[in-house]
Design a protein around this ligand. Structure first.
Ligand code: BTN
Length: 236
């Protein structure tokens, strides 16, 4: 891999975007010790202090592999953490939970470069040895707290890159259904009653399945509806 290592940056997503716009090939990775402006889904802020793992991978998928990329990367992170003996759950669309608390998140930003196809910026944030801001300690967790010792971020990083690569290959080879099946097994969302908050309102129902575009199907009482984006709260 071609890895750009930064002591500090605003967001690895922005650095990766600039590189991609200048033609960086697939597989370029930007990793930073610290992000001053890390961002999460839905315009949220992502705390990215020292000791965590914050990186972005540049991919150039065909349009049909884009939809499953974000669930797929969740599966990749899930595989690696399970390999460490941790109990992992994936909350739709891509929160990585360990022992029920959020240890990591994934942000996929896609855009088209005129004449140069689609670029997907796959951002992965994992709380490893970092401190969490006080208000977040209830819902979030760092792996160090769960394991009871500091972890090697370099080893984790290399395992994650390898696994993201494996999943990506499966996706571009048209084996998305295998990835979906693995996501279903790791899911903590399916079967639960959830509230989903979307741009056009809130809905409550039972999460029944995920589909090939990464969409979540919720039985909202008068039928099953597909949701492509939104914020999910587990109600029970
Ligand atoms: C989320 O759960 O909302 C997604 C969080 C994604 C955070 C990562 S850290 C590396 C990359 N750079 C960013 O600014 N965000 C992603």
């Amino acid at each position: 891999y071609q890895v750009y290592y930064l002591e500090k940056c605003g967001s690895t997503q922005d650095v990766a975007r600039e590189l991609a716009e200048k033609g960086a090939p697939e597989g370029v990775v930007v990793v930073a010790e610290e992000q001053e402006n890390g961002r999460g889904r839905l315009g949220r802020r992502w705390f990215s202090g020292r000791g965590g793992l914050w990186f972005t991978v540049v991919l150039r998928p065909k349009p049909d592999a884009l939809g499953l990329l974000s669930l797929g990367v969740g599966v990749a992170v899930g595989r690696v953490l399970r390999g460490l003996g941790l109990s992992v759950g994936l909350k739709w669309p891509n929160d990585v939970l360990v022992d029920g608390r959020k240890a990591g998140g994934i942000l996929v930003e896609g855009f088209t470069v005129p004449g140069d196809g689609i670029v997907a910026l796959v951002g992965v944030g994992l709380n490893v040895n970092n401190e969490l801001p006080p208000g977040l300690a209830e819902v979030s967790v760092a792996l160090r707290e769960v394991v009871g010792a500091r972890l090697s971020r370099l080893q984790l990083f290399l395992k994650l890159l390898r696994e993201i690569d494996n999943v990506y290959l499966q996706l571009i080879e048209g084996r998305g259904e295998v990835i979906l099946e693995e996501w279903r097994r790791l899911s903590v969302t399916l079967g639960k009653t959830v509230k989903i908050i979307t741009a056009d309102g809130e809905y409550i129902g039972v999460a029944v399945d995920v589909g090939p575009l990464g969409e979540l199907y919720i039985d909202i009482g008068d039928g099953i509806r597909a949701f492509y984006a939104g914020d999910v709260v587990h109600v029970r």
